[in-house]
Design a binder for this molecule. Structure first.
Ligand code: NAD
Length: 349
């Protein structure tokens, strides 16, 4: 007889891909990007409270699998994420992810969630809250280089949070640009498909590089970058995987999430270990200067940090309470006597 007494069990809310899609539509994509940006910014403002470590990476020939843990002392969060640039050729995603929150006081998980969609949203929201403080004040045109899975989210977060009204698309694969342009149609933003990265950058105050190639790539060369531009470099996020010519880095004011991780994974792996960088949380809290003048090139060397995932999971946990968009998951053993795990096993006889 199977008697698992599910009604009495402590069940863990699980947000599936299906429910995450419903949640995003229920809230509205741009509203959710703004909400995620607010949660991320509020957690960046209490940066010093968090347990921080560079992510734990397992590299292989074709990609990387990473664990990204952090805790604010009350809640623990961790994300599992991969990065496999050659996956798309096999019809698979470059990046997939899932994650959980747990109660620090007793270690029990309190939320399990898909994070492939959520990572795209949180990365975009992070890009935009950083661009809001670093990009030129009049920024309204963005060049979007790399038109894959992240690109529409990056564009719409910059629209919702920074106020860009034109995006200029370029990808080495014209099919990716066509896909991105079609997806962005009707979203209240002018979309221009371009045949070269140089063309995409014409008139842009912000350039987002979001390509996937496991090599020291040169998506932007030094001569392509004029004064005053803000570069949001997303795709270089692994040892041996970068997007910008080193000469650009030497001309730019460089802003990072967590230097200990970015020096391993970001564009700055191409520079000496003591090259000065500014931590973005310090800009958000007013402890450090952001853009110093209109001519400065600012670079957000984004690699993605655990606190952004923690904030995103926190946001989802708060939203599913009202919407019920989750499945209760039987994840926790619940013996009547906590020391009698063997006895609990007999319930399934
Ligand atoms: P994707 O594979 O869906 O898209 C990448 C696109 O880049 C493809 O369309 C490809 O044709 C294009 N591309 C490759 N080389 C190019 C070049 N030289 N010039 C122009 N376009 C080029 O990948 P995705 O999910 O959109 O992710 C993009 C990158 O962002 C990946 O490298 C991923 O690891 C990274 N990423 C970073 C963060 C972060 O927090 N910083 C988060 C998520 C993803």
């Amino acid at each position: 007889m199977i008697n698992l007494a599910p009604s009495e069990k402590a069940l863990v809310p699980f947000v599936s891909v299906e429910n995450m899609m419903k949640l995003i539509h229920h809230i509205g994509l741009e509203t959710m990007l703004v909400g995620l940006g607010d949660y991320i910014e509020s957690d960046f403002r209490r940066w010093e409270l968090f347990d921080k470590t560079p992510r734990v990476a397992s590299h292989s020939e074709k990609g990387v699998i990473e664990l990204m843990p952090t805790s604010d002392g009350d809640v623990y969060g961790v994300k599992y994420v991969n990065g496999h640039p050659s996956n798309t050729a096999d019809g698979l995603q470059t990046v997939t992810a899932f994650g959980l929150l747990a109660n620090v006081a007793n270690g029990y998980p309190v939320l399990l969630s898909e994070m492939t969609l959520l990572t795209a949203l949180r990365t975009a929201a992070t890009s935009a809250i950083v661009a809001r403080v670093l990009a030129p004040k009049d920024a309204h045109v963005m060049a979007m280089i790399g038109n894959g899975a992240q690109s529409e989210f990056q564009t719409l977060a910059m629209k919702a949070i920074v106020g860009i009204d034109e995006v200029r698309l370029y990808d080495i694969d014209p099919a990716a640009t066509a896909k991105c342009a079609a997806n962005l149609a009707g979203h209240g933003i002018k979309v221009v498909a371009c045949d070269a990265a140089e063309e995409a950058m014409l008139g842009a105050q912000i350039v987002t590089t979001c390509t996937a190639d496991k090599q020291y790539a040169t998506i932007l060369t030094d001569n392509m970058v004029g004064s005053g531009i803000h570069i949001n470099a997303i795709g270089g996020d692994c040892p041996g995987k970068t997007e910008l010519a080193p000469a650009i880095l030497r001309r730019a004011g460089i802003f990072v999430e967590y230097p200990e991780q970015t020096r391993i994974e970001g564009e700055i792996q191409q520079l000496s270990a003591d090259h000065p960088v500014t931590e973005i949380w310090q800009v958000l809290t007013g402890r450090a200067k952001g853009r110093t003048d209109a001519k400065q090139i600012t670079l957000f060397d984004s690699v993605g940090f655990a606190i952004e995932d923690f904030s995103a999971l926190r946001y989802v946990r708060d939203q599913i309470k009202a919407t019920g968009l989750f499945d209760p998951l039987d994840l926790l053993a619940d013996p009547e006597d906590p020391r009698d795990l063997f006895g609990m096993l007999q319930r399934a006889l």
